[in-house]
Ligand binder design. Structure first.
Ligand SMILES: Cc1ncc(C[n+]2csc(CCOP(=O)(O)OP(=O)(O)O)c2C)c(N)n1
Ligand code: SF4
Ligand SMILES: [Mg+2]
Length: 343
């Protein structure tokens, strides 16, 4: 048998699993008494940028992803989220290195599989703030199918897709958002396939919050992250984030500092004015689809937002109903009953 870990008295009281081990049965256990132990909460320290910052980002100088990280730090600081409740998850790619640079719970997971991982975490621990980061390849190519299912299930999480129209980490292959004609290692004579339209894909998939932003617009990014975070459900932001190494200048047409124009969606204010007739109703799926059809660089802001029960809420209700039906039997008792039936 492994030696018992050496724990402080406080840890002993708090760690039910440890208390339940055969070598450590104790009457102070919350399991034994059914009464959670009273613990004095130490005063919370302010969540600062220093506290959230982890490793120094390893992106190329000038990469758009730096600005995304800065915007995310700002949101965490502004919202003063409980530090231990912050979870950042990602697949594989330059953009997916994101969790390394955030001091919080997190995982740099399998390419394209971050949505299922995040879904499990969100469902099992609804108290956590689940933030998912990744690239266009990770989200729309290998992970495209998972994206659709996360969206239709309306899992409660915030997904930020850093779209650079290229596979950056693997050094310039055509991505699902690369424009026709883009020359890459996989399309030396220019891409010939119709690119994915992220907004249309997300609307059709059933995401309940869909927005678009640009890494050169930090304030706009912050606004979009906050709106997505406040939304209950599967909220996704596509952010044009330049890969200066393999697809430079591609987002200049939407960058006023580079001669482009950043056109922000004017949302309806419901103020009964004639101007309001022309503003965008974020709950109108067809209107969102029309906005998504505008030629590149298109418009930025919230395309679509709707209220639909999350899988988190539906599953919780289903678990509660089942518990009632089974007379509050424990998980172990239910499992035992299942085994008994199989005898
Ligand atoms: C299963 C699997 N297939 C392929 C790869 C190789 N791979 C790693 S990252 C990547 C594409 C990353 O592109 P994107 O998601 O757009 O991120 P970026 O690097 O552009 O930020 C690919 C194809 C992998 N790691 N795992
Ligand atoms: S290769 Fe492109 S996406 Fe990757 S870190 Fe460098 S600039 Fe950023
Ligand atoms: Mg990419």
């Amino acid at each position: 048998m492994l030696p018992a870990p050496s724990l402080s008295p406080k840890e002993l009281v708090n760690d039910d699993v440890y208390i339940m081990s055969e070598t450590n049965m104790t009457t102070t256990s919350s399991v034994a008494t059914g009464v959670p132990p009273a613990i004095d909460e130490p005063p919370r320290e302010k969540l600062t940028k220093k506290a959230i910052t982890a490793d120094h980002p390893t992106w190329c100088p000038g990469c758009g992803d730096f600005a995304v990280l800065a915007a995310f730090y700002k949101v965490l600081e502004k919202r003063q989220l409980d530090h231990e409740k912050i979870v950042t998850l990602a697949g594989i790619g330059c953009s997916s290195r994101f969790p390394y640079f955030v001091n919080g719970h997190g995982a740099h997971y399998i390419h394209g599989r971050a949505v299922p991982l995040a879904s499990g975490i969100s469902l099992a621990r609804p108290d956590l703030h689940v933030f998912l980061f990744g690239g266009d390849g990770d989200g729309f190519s290998i992970g495209g199918n998972h994206l659709d299912h996360g969206a239709r299930k309306n899992i409660n999480l915030t997904y930020f897709i850093m779209d650079n129209f290229v596979y950056g980490l693997t050094k310039k292959q055509t991505s699902p958002t690369s424009p026709i004609g883009f020359k890459s290692k996989t399309d030396p004579s220019g891409a010939i396939d119709q690119p994915v339209n992220p907004m249309k894909k997300l609307i059709a998939g059933g995401a309940t919050f869909i927005a678009r932003t640009h890494a050169a617009q930090v304030n706009h990014m912050i606004q979009m992250i906050e709106r997505a975070f406040d939304h209950q459900g599967f909220s996704v932001i596509e952010c044009l984030s330049e890969c200066v190494e393999f697809f430079p200048d591609v987002f200049d047409p939407a960058n006023p500092k580079k001669g482009g124009s950043f056109e922000v969606i004017q949302e309806k204010k419901w103020d009964n004015t004639p101007e309001d007739e022309l503003r965008h109703d974020v709950t109108d799926e067809l209107a969102a689809y029309k906005l998504a059809s505008l030629p590149f660089p298109g418009v930025f802001g919230v395309f679509y937002e709707t209220d639909r029960p999350t899988k988190n809420a539906l599953e919780k209700k289903w678990i509660e109903t089942t518990r009632e039906k089974t007379g509050g039997a424990s998980d172990l008792e239910l499992l035992q009953k299942t085994f008994d039936r199989m005898k």
